[in-house]
Design a protein around this ligand. Structure first.
Ligand code: MG
Length: 161
């Protein structure tokens, strides 16, 4: 059996007036943005962990420590590109990714095509192999009160050699 699956989860705090990077794009006119050491792209971070998890290669914190100046304010697409390269080095091919964002605002659906477009380029797979969904937390808890945002992702990879 050469197929392997991985799961990733990430969470970031939200703050008013910050740029909101999600799925590799800047969300225009967002009332808030995520706080983090990097650009705080919670969706990309969950995808990175799903890919690393599928290959049993640790997690994003192991590869890109948030104590390192090298990764301060870094574009998370660069981190994702490094994860994809690492999987390739280990003989893996990426099949598909399915992700869910959980947040109250802003509405994500209008931005999903742009996210899929850019992520397909970074990951090197077709757009129809990248699914991005979004849901609210029905006003409950830290996501519902808009203190935070989280993301879940699963990835299927195949060992080629
Ligand atoms: Mg993160």
């Amino acid at each position: 059996m050469n197929f392997r699956i991985g799961y990733g989860f990430d969470v970031h705090q939200l703050e008013k007036g910050r740029p909101f990077y999600l799925g590799g794009i800047l969300i225009p006119n967002s009332p808030h943005g995520a706080v983090g050491h990097s650009d705080a792209d919670v969706l990309i971070h969950a995808i990175c962990d799903a890919l690393l998890g599928a290959a049993a290669l640790g997690d994003i914190g192991v590869h890109f420590p948030n104590t390192s100046a090298e990764f301060k304010n870094i574009d998370s697409k660069i981190l994702l590109g490094k994860v994809v390269s690492l999987l390739k080095e280990h003989g893996y091919s990426i099949g598909n990714i399915d992700a869910t964002l959980v947040l109250e605002a802003p509405k994500i659906v209008p931005h999903v095509p742009a996210m899929r477009e850019i992520l397909s380029k970074v990951i090197g797979i077709e757009k129809d192999c990248i699914s991005i969904k979004a849901t609210t937390n029905e006003t409950m808890g830290y996501v519902g009160k808009q203190y935070g945002v989280n993301a879940h992702a699963v990835a299927l990879i195949e060992k080629l050699k």
